[in-house]
Structure formats: structure tokens, C-alpha cells
Design a protein around this ligand. Structure first.
Ligand SMILES: Cc1cc2nc3c(=O)[nH]c(=O)nc-3n(C[C@H](O)[C@H](O)[C@H](O)COP(=O)(O)O)c2cc1C
Length: 319
């Protein structure tokens, strides 16, 4: 397949980025994606349970990824979590990380700092307005994420299919499509919409290298088309697998619960309970709607390979 501006920007073979997922985007996963020609991304909170401190953990994860690949990989930062604090950012810079994906907050906070240190910035957006804002702040590319996506979602609830072309028309920097992409068909469709790359989260959870709990990976493989739901619309919208927790929260929401009431159900640690300990009943099992298409746990390298090989066949079949 032809190289896009995302390939050139990131120095990668194929424009396929692995989402920097909280708790589970570990060094082994990131290195496997990068070794296959894509772009692996580490999340500072993912890795060895034996290293409880996030700054130490991030440094260890970066060093481990470096020992597993000589290809580029990046780190994800959630503005909602780090705010103005640059401790983790400085660790990534010290360790020579050249690419970051940044989400859940304003691009005004750290973009200039990253650029001063020669780091490429891809900012996650979910509307045209936010994409234009990110471009004006000097980011290198935007990741346009539709509300099919697993994890945190935008209250605007635009689908990938309508969001991506509108963002492509509105900015001149490259656009990466995210949300609902799980195989070569989604990859080809995203490029047809004008994106120059894709970011996938959910598909990379069901891989051998991801440190997610086995029960959580199995639940993704067993999921059907209607297995996920958005909850927390009056708080922070998130897409997860339906279970007792989502049922309780949605019942409270339809009864008009206040954000405070909802917080009483959404105790801290529920995401960790699902993602790392496999509590699929009461934990918050963040997951994209694409789960219904994922039928087996494979290596992360095979995910990348099947997208690239399938893409060529799909494009040839369209001629
Ligand atoms: C379990 C989970 C955790 C996530 N955590 C983060 C995160 O910490 N930071 C981030 O930028 N995106 C996060 N995401 C979003 C992904 O990076 C990616 O954009 C999204 O999963 C794409 O949609 P998909 O799930 O349909 O592939 C998360 C997604 C999932 C499924």
C-alpha cells in the first residue's frame, strides 16, 4: 500500500496506530505493533503491577519497549489525568520518545512544549471545532475519534463515518480515523473517507501481547453487535461492555440521578477491576462497538498484517 503523510511523519511502514489504552497499553503490545510496521503506543499506567509508581512505571515501560524493538513507538497522555504537571512528559522526553498521542483535554496546554523538544504530537478530537483548534495550536496530526470507540467518549456523539470526512475537509494536517475500526474493511473505508491512518484500541486488546485480563479478552471475543453501551452521559460518557454495572448506572441515569449520585456507583478502581482483574460483572469493561466483529485472540503483528493484506485485496476489488 502507498505511504501516507502519517507514515512519513511517524517514520513507520503502515499507517496503523495502536491506541494508548489506560492500564493495558503495555510495552510488549506497543513493541509488537511497531515491529509489524505500525505505531505502538504505551500508556503510563500500563505495565508491571510490581511498579506501583506511575513515573517509574513509565520509564520502565519505555526502556522495555526499546529492548523489544528498534522501531519508533510513542506514549499516550490524558490531559484529564496529568493536567499541567509535566513529570511524565519529561520522562518521555528524557527517554527519547519522539511521538505522543494526547487526549481528553486542551491542546493549548503542552503542544508547544512537546514541539520545543522535537516531539511529534497527535491530538485526539471528536468534532470539527476541536480539530481546527488543535491545528491552530500546532499539533502535527489529529486523531478523529467517533463514538463507536471504546473508553472515553465525546458528548457530541458523532460517528466515525460522519466525523472523519468533515475533519479532513476542515484541516490541512493529516487526519487519523479512530472508533469502530477492527479489520481491513474499516481500514480501507477510513482511507476512502480521507483519513491518512487509523488508530485501533479494542482490536488490540484481544491480542496475545496485551496484558489485559484473559476474561476481559474472552468477553470481547464473545461480544455481539449490541454488547456495548455508553453510560455516564451526564458525567463522563464512556463506552463499555454491558454488565451489572452499566445496568445500574443506566437505571440511575434514566431515573434522573445527579452526577453525585452516579459517582456513588462509579467507585474508583472499577476500570482496573475489569481490565486487569477480569471482573466482568461489576467492573467497568471499556470496549468499542467493534467488539462484535472480533472473533479470536491473535498476535498484534497478525492484526497489522491482516489489515495491510486485506486492504490491498479490497482496493483491487473496487477497481
Ligand atoms: C480499554 C480502553 C482504554 C482506553 N484508554 C485510552 C487512554 O487512556 N487514552 C487515549 O487517548 N485513548 C484511550 N482509549 C481510546 C483508544 O486509544 C482508541 O482511540 C479507541 O479505542 C478507538 O476505538 P476502537 O475501540 O473502536 O478501536 C481507550 C480505549 C479502550 C478500549
Amino acid at each position: 500500500m502507498k505511504k501516507t503523510r502519517i507514515c512519513q511523519l511517524l517514520g513507520i511502514e503502515y499507517p496503523i496506530i495502536q491506541g494508548g489504552m489506560t492500564l493495558i497499553a503495555n510495552a510488549e503490545l506497543a513493541a509488537a505493533v511497531s515491529n509489524a510496521g505500525g505505531m505502538g503506543i504505551i500508556n503510563p499506567s500500563a505495565g508491571e503491577p510490581a511498579v506501583p509508581k506511575i513515573p517509574d512505571n513509565l520509564r520502565n515501560q519505555i526502556r522495555k519497549a526499546k529492548s523489544l524493538t528498534d522501531k519508533p513507538f510513542g506514549v499516550n497522555f490524558s490531559i484529564q489525568l496529568i493536567g499541567e504537571d509535566r513529570t511524565l512528559i519529561d520522562i518521555a522526553i528524557e527517554e527519547g520518545v519522539g511521538v505522543v498521542t494526547v487526549g481528553a483535554g486542551s491542546p493549548a496546554l503542552h503542544t508547544k512544549y512537546f514541539k520545543e523538544h522535537g516531539v511529534k504530537v497527535l491530538h485526539v478530537v471528536a468534532s470539527v471545532r476541536h480539530a481546527k483548534r488543535a491545528e491552530a495550536e500546532g499539533v502535527d496530526a489529529v486523531i478523529a475519534e467517533g463514538y463507536e470507540a471504546g473508553g472515553l467518549n465525546s458528548p457530541d456523539e458523532l460517528t466515525t463515518f460522519v466525523l472523519v470526512p468533515q475533519v479532513v475537509d476542515a484541516v490541512s494536517i493529516p487526519v487519523v480515523a479512530a472508533g469502530g475500526i477492527g479489520d481491513a474493511r474499516g481500514f480501507a473505508a477510513a482511507l476512502a473517507l480521507g483519513a491518512e491512518g487509523v488508530q485501533m484500541g479494542t482490536r488490540f486488546i484481544a491480542t496475545i501481547e496485551c496484558i489485559a485480563n484473559q476474561s476481559y479478552k474472552d468477553a470481547i471475543v464473545e461480544a455481539t453487535d449490541t454488547a456495548t453501551v455508553i453510560m455516564g452521559r451526564r458525567l463522563i460518557p464512556t463506552r463499555s461492555l454491558k454488565n451489572e454495572l452499566t445496568k445500574q448506572v443506566l437505571e440511575k441515569e434514566s431515573a434522573g440521578a445527579s452526577p453525585q449520585d452516579l459517582l456513588s456507583v462509579l467507585a474508583p478502581g472499577l476500570t482496573e477491576a475489569a481490565l486487569l482483574r477480569g471482573d466482568m460483572t461489576h467492573g467497568q469493561a471499556l470496549c468499542g462497538a467493534v467488539a462484535g466483529m472480533i472473533k479470536e485472540i491473535v498476535s498484534a503483528g497478525d492484526v497489522v498484517k491482516s489489515l495491510v493484506q486485506g486492504y490491498d485485496k479490497i482496493v483491487a476489488g473496487l477497481k
